[in-house]
Design a protein around this ligand. Sequence first.
Ligand SMILES: Nc1ncnc2c1ncn2[C@@H]1O[C@H](COP(=O)(O)OP(=O)(O)O)[C@@H](O)[C@H]1O
Ligand SMILES: [Mg+2]
Length: 511
Amino acid sequence: MSETASTRATRTSHDRLSITAPALLTSLAPLLTEWLPRQRWFAGKGRPITGFQLVSATELLPCAAGGATPGLLHLLVRAQQSAAPPGAPQPAPPEGPADPAAADCYQLLLGVHSALPPQLAPAVIGRPAGGPLHGRTVYDALPDARLCALLLERLRVPGRLGGLRFRRVPDSTISSGLPARPLTAEQSNSSVVYGDAYILKVFRRTAPGLNPDLELPLALARAKCARVPAPAAWFETDPGPGEGEPVTLGVLQPYLTGSADGWQLALNALAVQADFTSSARALGHATAEVHTALAGTLPTTELYRPQLDAVAAQMNERLVATARVVPALRPYCGRLRTAFDELAALGHDGRAWPAQRIHGDLHLGQTLRTADEGRWSLIDFEGEPSRPLAERRRPQPAVRDVAAMLRSFDYAARSGPSGGDPWSLEWARRTRAAYCLGYAEAGGLDPRSAPELMRAYETDKAVYEVLYEARHRPNWLPVPMAAVRRLAGAPASRGPGGDPGPDLDGADGRA
Ligand SMILES: Nc1ncnc2c1ncn2[C@@H]1O[C@H](COP(=O)(O)OP(=O)(O)O)[C@@H](O)[C@H]1O
Ligand SMILES: [Mg+2]
């Protein structure tokens, strides 16, 4: 007989806890219903939570009442949600599961204690009114350095605990007792820094299968590509029935001390009207090195007419769905669609285009430059979290990452106090060109040789941004809308008189 998620949860609870899963969940549900939607990483914003399903519960530290130290409870819970309430903006693809059975699964690390120090007050989730944790304070454990220390210890000494498996890269050595410092910047996941030596990322929304943020850095480490911090350890849980691979839950990797992220560096340069072309060119080198290593170590494929047609159709669907939600996009749809038609046409004469594993969500915020050597690294290979994992792990044209980074330079130039002034826009043009130049110099496909691919991917990214900004940050909507206007200008194939899609003119080193 196959094991269901709920029996698995109960069994895990019986193995590890003196409390039963149904009672635990019943007592936590009202608290989580309030707390989850307030978290930055909660993906189902705008749709009321209607219930929870416990996937697994593991007691990492005893949660029995009366202890002087906090307990630590690891939970995987599915949040069931209804459709958006009438009158509220309706979710549109690609974000938001339509099928309740596809309810998002979240990873929670809960501290359980009778009394909390005042500095942990912002982490409080609440006090269950009944159930096995009755009267205790339940809180988000990751801001608690004491509880984070335990996670590092578990990763240092690999092994199993309940349904969780802690694994270490064979030749890695992890020091014990490193002080934990939770990162406070709001991100898609939650990260903790250990003594400036390691950073642990705890994935908040989990999906069945190997997370590309573990898979790709491990592959790059095997390929001796030093542009990505190599994982030292990770933890995972057994797959559910029929799910195949273990579910990646968290990854520990070296912390790049003193590094600054590319977004901040670009904004700093813009604030003092400083040139960014040599940095962008070096970042192009780094991107090409990562792409070359990924193509050399993981499966590649070729996209023929049917695949290109499918990619173009998917982009078109996203455009239509976004225009339904964002009326400002509608006047441009016809012209934008020509970018996708041109992409599909690339396969019509029997030509094939290479596809490989890529970063999938590349932007300046996913790059770090070390202070001492000025060397760029790429981080966060999870891909666009709103897309299904299987889609994120599929080989794609590498220029998709290049196009995404070009959008990021545009974002930087259009944000901040003087954003969008002529100097900033010229900064963006030169920076984009320098990045493409660096990419081609280091062996990547010269973006100038694939204008149709570049325009299609840049257009698709801009459409994605329009939906994101309309939903989450309406003040930023003018940024992707400016790109929409530019990209709707003319087909890539029209030549120098038309819009070349991405600004590739000047990518000859004079940028
Ligand atoms: N190896 C690292 N060294 C230094 N800082 C890092 C490292 N990895 C991540 N960071 C910092 O943590 C932040 C979040 O990491 P990221 O992997 O992008 O997580 P998320 O999935 O939450 O976006 C980054 O923006 C960066 O500031
Ligand atoms: Mg990130």
